[in-house]
Design a protein around this ligand. Structure first.
Ligand code: AMP
Length: 187
């Protein structure tokens, strides 16, 4: 079973992606982590990706797709994958569909975790305080949320057209949201 988790920063999508992957015995594909590993390992893809990340820009689709393709080749992916932080562009979305189709697989659902903006700001400020990151102030958070809205809207449209989009409430406890995720994908 292959599921995509969409949602703004602070929506808890990484937590839910990990819980869901564990439940289905599959794995998560978090492109932020794959990039971190590639940079740490000083691989060719990692070095290329770093140039873009150092400038604060998105990493080109080719690099992201190569990392995802490598990760999809591991045996645990057979039970299912939960995508976290990927796709971020419609091109990435189309390409991952193609990769799944080549294996006779498809995307079962794209879940959009819905959390009101005031709650997101509250969560992100609390996280910044806990991590003692004074650079993550209200203005920086608003900027991140605005960037997310811009890039996420076309993806939501894409998955709505595919007929797999489901909106799940991301408020409440981790367990309550996990339960809502479970219901949305049919138990
Ligand atoms: P994240 O940990 O998901 O916030 O990702 C950290 C950074 O990695 C982002 O700011 C982007 O520069 C890059 N990145 C992660 N995932 C992607 C993606 N799917 N497409 C392009 N860039 C990405």
């Amino acid at each position: 079973m292959n599921v995509i988790l969409l949602g703004p920063p602070g929506s808890g999508k990484t937590t839910q992606a990990q819980l869901l992957a564990k439940r289905i015995g599959g794995l998560t594909i978090a492109t932020g982590d794959l990039l971190g590993d590639a940079i740490q390992g000083n691989t060719e893809l990692g070095r290329k990706a770093r140039e873009h990340m150092d400038r604060g820009s998105m990493v080109p689709d080719e690099i992201i797709l190569s990392l995802v393709e490598e990760r999809l080749a591991v045996p645990e992916s057979v039970a299912g994958v939960v995508l976290d932080g990927f796709p971020r562009t419609v091109r990435q979305a189309r390409e991952v569909q193609r990769m799944f189709a080549a294996e006779g697989e498809r995307i079962k659902a794209a879940l959009l975790l819905d959390v009101p903006e005031e709650e997101l700001v509250r969560r992100l400020l609390a996280k910044a305080a806990a991590e003692e990151r004074s650079d993550d102030d209200p203005a920086a958070i608003q900027k991140r949320l605005a960037a997310y809205r811009g890039s996420n809207a076309p993806l939501v449209g894409h998955y709505r057209e595919l007929g797999v989009l489901k909106i799940v409430s991301g408020t409440g406890s981790v367990e309550q949201v996990a339960e809502a995720v479970k219901r949305a994908i049919g138990g």
